[in-house]
Design a protein around this ligand. Structure first.
Ligand SMILES: [Zn+2]
Length: 257
């Protein structure tokens, strides 16, 4: 069994054929999918999808790229959505992005921290998007003492330096690896992946984005995750079955599935 810990099934790109996408994943052994919101509308849409497909688990949150106009009412709405729907398994995706996001770092932090606090208070993990902002993220985690309590989370689309990887492992984070690890341009990331703790790694697609190398240029979907699993197995000198077992066990622990 494989768990796709990060996809966006509510995306416009799946509107026509979501049934087929979910059954193709099922046939390939991808038995659970976590579908992430980026704002209120997509969070609501993922909750609706999860009501129709019992193997889909929603997460709700406001992404740094969507946080420009976010105010206290939006944050309140996200909290209500989560409290009203026990099927929600994580708060995400949330985070910091100094590469693409328009909002200032200050604004991003203002939206991030209440969501992190809320997740901790109700015992849900964070799903964190972090781009070019590792030091700020780690500073927040450490200065707010989240990890001396029971907070935890996953760094999705992990693509960071050795220094950041060490910090994440020290912070007790999980990291999730997607199709991008199969790209020739990810060569420098591979030695870093080899140093990650085996009880902290998960796999994801980020579908419809970031398809693995053999599918580049196409829409990504969960059934393509096997390419990432095989690639990771070769890299870590393990069998694909071992990678499946390890990453599935980690995802079940992290998201309490
Ligand atoms: Zn995503």
């Amino acid at each position: 069994m494989i768990i796709d810990t990060h996809c966006h099934l509510e995306s416009e790109q799946f509107r026509e054929d979501i049934d087929d996408v979910i059954s193709r994943a099922d046939e390939k052994g991808i038995k659970k999918l976590i579908s992430l919101g980026s704002d209120i509308a997509s969070s609501v849409a993922n909750i609706e999808i999860s009501k129709k497909y019992s193997n889909v688990y929603p997460a709700c949150g406001i992404h740094p790229e969507c946080c420009m106009g976010t105010d206290v009412n939006d944050l309140k709405r996200i909290k209500e959505l989560i409290l009203d729907n026990p099927c929600v398994k994580a708060v995400g995706e949330i985070g910091l992005d100094l590469h693409y996001a328009e909002a200032s770092l200050e604004k991003q932090i203002e939206v991030l921290i209440p969501q992190m606090d809320f997740a901790e208070a109700i015992g849900l993990p964070w799903v964190i998007h972090c781009r070019d902002a590792e030091e700020y993220l780690v500073e927040i985690i450490k200065s707010r003492n989240y990890l001396t309590r029971s907070a935890t989370g996953v760094i999705h689309c992990f693509n960071a330096s050795q220094k950041a990887a060490d910090l994440y492992m020290d912070c007790g984070f999980y990291v999730s690896l997607g199709g991008y690890i199969t790209y020739p341009s990810s060569r420098n990331l591979l030695p870093v992946i080899k140093t990650l703790r085996l009880d902290r790694i998960m796999v994801e697609t980020d579908a419809p984005y970031l398809p693995p190398q053999s599918k580049r240029g196409k829409r990504n979907e969960s059934s393509y995750i096997d390419e990432t699993v095989s690639f990771l197995a070769d890299l870590l000198e393990m069998s694909p079955e071992e990678i499946e077992d390890i990453t599935t066990e980690n995802a079940i622990r992290c998201f309490k599935l």
